[in-house]
Structures are given as C-alpha cells and as structure tokens.
Design a protein around this ligand. Structure first.
Ligand code: T5A
Length: 213
C-alpha cells in the first residue's frame, strides 16, 4: 500500500499556510483517505530537524552568512533530500498521506526563473533530491503579484521576500509556466479563504490520482 503525496505551491502570501490548516481539518474525514491512514503536514524548507536549521540560514541569516545563489540552490536541495528520505518516503510507504507546503517546483520558480540559475542543473539536482518522487497532486494557488504584495504589506520580509517586485514577477511567471508543463491544478487564490478551500475540495474530490485503487 502506498500513500498519497499532495503539494501546495505558489508565490509568497498566496495562502498556502491558510489552506494547509483547512485541509488538515477536512481531509482526514473527507472520505478520500483510506481508513487508518494518517495525514502528515509538512513544509519546505524546514520539514526535518536538519531542514529547520537550513531554513533559518536560508531565510534569516546574519548578513555575513547570507548564501550566494549557487549555495542557496544547494541548501534547498539538501533540505529536500533530507525531507524526502527521512520524512516523506517513510510515511508514504506506511500508506499515510503527506501534504507539503512547497516542493521542488519552488526551486525551479525561485532559483531558476527568479535567480536565473541554469535550468538543466536545477533539474539534475531535483532528480537527486527527490529520488524520483513526484507529487500525486500539486495545487497551484494562483494569485497576482499585486495581491501578494498587499497581503504581506504589514509583515516583516524574509531574505527571499526582500528580493523585491521584479524578482517576484519572474517567480510568478515561472509558476504559471510550470503549472502548465507539469499538469498542476490551478486554484484561483484571490477569492475568500473559504471559497479557495471549497475550490480545493472540489479539485481533490474529482482528481483521478486520489481515487481508491
Ligand atoms: N523557497 C522555497 C525557494 O526560494 N526555493 C525553494 O526551493 C523553496 C522550497 C519559504 C521561502 O523560501 C523560498 C520561497 C519562500 O520565499 P515561507 O515562510 O515558507 O518561506 O514563505 P511562504 O511559503 O511564501 O509563506 P507565506 O506565509 O509568506 O505565504 P503563504 O503560506 O502562501 O500565505 P498565508 O496563508 O500565510 O497567507 C498570507 C497572508 O494572507 C492572508 C493570511 O491571513 C495572511 O495574512 N490570506 C488571505 N487574505 C485574503 N484572502 C485569502 N484567500 C487569504 N489567504 C490567506
């Protein structure tokens, strides 16, 4: 028996954390998960103890420790390798379900489209870090750049968010392209949290990859 792997992707502030919480309440009793299966909630970076240390260095490093783009790419890959090997694959092997806030698509969008690092190199690292694991469903929360900035206006920015509007615009374009290439489920994320949750429920209930086998 193999579990299912679900991922939420999108630009900063698109509502992943909000929706993850709502899914945590709904999914276990949705009738989609088999009896006895547990739902594991996780995120990247930071889904393991090693990942939490890397997350701090990636998002809130002291100035002198801020990684260069290439080091940043390798740190996200290291976080993912540990996450896949220590947390995601063991859970899936038990028949459990895993719901992750971000996965490898984020690296293609942020380090690829945002930073301009070589796509072939990122894809090679993706193969190592994921060990070939592909999400059963990726939900892409599609939010405009303007709405993302407005939602985060009052919050302190982390190192990636502080890259500014032009960077985030490239990331947003990258996500749009990836969603089309990889068959992600697009969810209109500018609606109210309740409406977004409803759209996600409908998408999951009708998704072929989540039917009982
Ligand atoms: N990163 C990550 C890379 O560069 N490469 C990688 O490979 C990976 C994995 C992660 C950072 O690392 C980068 C991307 C990120 O910059 P993070 O803290 O996990 O850092 O950052 P985010 O994933 O962007 O988390 P955020 O908290 O910023 O955004 P969320 O989780 O998408 O949004 P959420 O739910 O916290 O909502 C943001 C605000 O909007 C409101 C919420 O109340 C909150 O105030 N909101 C809504 N308002 C109106 N309508 C709705 N529908 C709303 N939904 C939420």
């Amino acid at each position: 028996m193999k579990g299912r792997f679900l991922v939420l992707e999108g630009i900063d502030g698109c509502g992943k954390t909000t929706q993850l919480r709502q899914l945590a309440e709904w999914l276990p009793d949705s009738g989609l998960m088999p009896e006895g299966a547990t739902l594991h909630l996780t995120r990247e970076p930071g889904g393991t103890p090693l990942g939490r240390a890397l997350r701090e260095l990636l998002l809130h490093p002291p100035d002198e420790a801020a990684p260069c783009p290439e080091a940043e790419l390798l740190m996200y890959a290291a976080d993912r390798a540990q996450h896949v090997q220590r947390r995601i694959l063991p859970a899936l092997a038990c028949g459990d379900w895993v719901l992750s806030d971000r996965f490898s698509g984020s690296t293609l969008a942020y380090q690829g489209d945002g930073r301009g690092l070589d796509r072939a190199l990122i894809l090679a690292l993706e193969r190592i870090a994921t060990a070939g694991l592909v999400p059963d469903v990726t939900l892409w929360l599609d939010l405009s750049l303007e709405a993302s900035m407005a939602r985060r206006e009052e919050r302190a920015e982390d190192r990636i968010e502080a890259e500014g509007q032009a960077f985030l615009a490239r990331v947003a374009d990258g996500f749009r392209q990836l969603a089309a290439e990889r068959g992600w489920v697009g969810i209109p994320a500018a609606l109210s949290p309740k409406e977004v949750h409803q759209a996600i429920r409908l998408a999951l209930e009708g998704h072929a990859a989540l039917r009982r086998r």
